[in-house]
Design a protein around this ligand. Structure first.
Ligand SMILES: NC(=O)c1ccc[n+]([C@@H]2O[C@H](COP(=O)([O-])OP(=O)(O)OC[C@H]3O[C@@H](n4cnc5c(N)ncnc54)[C@H](OP(=O)(O)O)[C@@H]3O)[C@@H](O)[C@H]2O)c1
Length: 333
């Protein structure tokens, strides 16, 4: 059946400026790392994309290797663009990345100009796009001079294959260096995509300050620790969970008693706030205005809707914040 986006799709989402740029991103974005691969049900993926866009999620985050198999999520999203989202292309921020292993041989991994440029060409073909909105260096490559990686991003933007450049998982020092090289080349670094959650607070040790100084946005990934920061694992390991599936990046061993003790205590705070733990975990990130957007994953529309509910309460009392700090020991996992 033909898809028409909800007429009221811009009424409930809030949009935050990405650093000192002209672009605003939805407070909640949707990531296609899991749940949109060849092993997943396309019908479910379709429902998720529809529900997201209908709720004002304009930003969809991909990477060359999302699947499995690698490339499958981009292929799926390409089909969605062709069949359902074509008329809405200018309402979308589509991002992709290169940095992890994608194809065999010396040019399918890392940070070389050769890899980044050919990988983006492949991503564009898979999605049937002329350009993506944001192209990321997925991770710093210690063996490639940062000048080479940044020159590739600059060229990609100048060629119009991406509108903006971004970096992911760079340290504060690597971020400053990358941003400076890009600034000299005349292409600003729009955004950094770090992992950030109540249980992983490494960005608080300098990165958030660095981004604020540089005028870059911060798009946080895995805000729910792949599902650990939800009520999913409170009573064991459900069969339909990422940790139980062979294709999931989350391993059953990661659901360990020490972590679950913290999760249970965090859940009590969430309950006292009238939120699900997932909602509190997202709201806790959004309390900081330096966080432009939180990229959630979801395996069902129900989960996505639950996560969207976090926007109803992003305020925390000092007492709640202190309590969360005590439990998470400032991010010591
Ligand atoms: N730049 C990078 O290096 C990088 C790395 C990782 C991720 N990312 C990006 O960040 C996105 C999000 O990462 P992520 O998938 O790890 O995010 P996440 O939001 O931490 O975890 C998502 C998973 O948590 C579970 N979940 C979500 N909402 C729930 C709810 N309300 N109640 C119960 N369970 C819930 C689902 O797992 P089940 O399947 O168990 O239901 C879902 O697939 C990725 O898709 C990708 O775009 C980027």
């Amino acid at each position: 059946m033909h898809y028409t986006a909800a007429a009221n799709r811009y009424t409930s989402m809030s949009y935050r400026r990405c650093g000192r740029s002209g672009i605003r991103l939805p407070a909640i974005s949707l990531g296609l790392w899991h749940n949109f691969g060849g092993v997943d049900t396309p019908e479910n993926g379709k429902k998720l994309i529809h529900a997201a866009f209908d709720a004002g999620i304009t930003h969809f985050d991909l990477a060359n290797n999302y699947g499995p198999p690698p490339g499958a999520a981009e292929e799926f999203f390409g089909k969605m663009l062709a069949s359902d989202l074509k008329a809405y292309r200018d309402e979308l921020i589509i991002s992709t990345k290169a940095g992890y292993e994608m194809w065999p041989g010396p040019y399918g991994d890392g940070g070389s100009r050769k890899y980044l440029i050919s990988s983006l060409d492949q991503s564009l073909r898979r999605m049937g796009l002329d350009y993506v909105d944001i192209f990321y260096s997925h991770r710093p490559d210690p063996d490639t001079p940062p000048e080479e990686t940044m020159m590739a991003l600059d060229q990609i933007v100048r060629q119009g294959k991406a509108l903006y450049a971004g970096i992911s998982s760079y340290s504060p020092e690597q971020t400053s260096k990358a941003a400076e090289i890009l600034r000299q080349l005349g292409t600003p670094c729009l955004v950094h995509q770090p992992k950030y959650s109540m249980l992983d607070r490494w960005v608080e040790n300098g990165l958030l300050d660095t981004l604020a100084t540089l005028g870059m946005g911060c798009v946080a990934f895995s805000p729910l620790e792949q599902g650990i920061l939800t009520d999913k694992y409170l009573h064991g390991l459900p069969a339909n969970s990422r940790a139980a599936k062979p294709s999931g990046f989350l391993k059953a061993e990661q659901i360990e008693p020490g972590i679950m003790e913290k999760v249970n205590r965090l859940n009590e705070i969430a309950v006292s706030r009238g939120q699900s733990l997932a909602q509190m975990a997202i709201a806790w990130l959004l309390k900081d205005q330096r966080v432009t957007s939180v990229i959630v994953g979801a395996s069902s529309v129900e989960q996505l809707k639950n996560n969207l509910g976090s926007l109803e309460n992003t305020l925390f009392s000092d007492e709640e914040l202190q309590h969360i700090d005590e439990i998470t020991a400032k991010g010591e996992k």
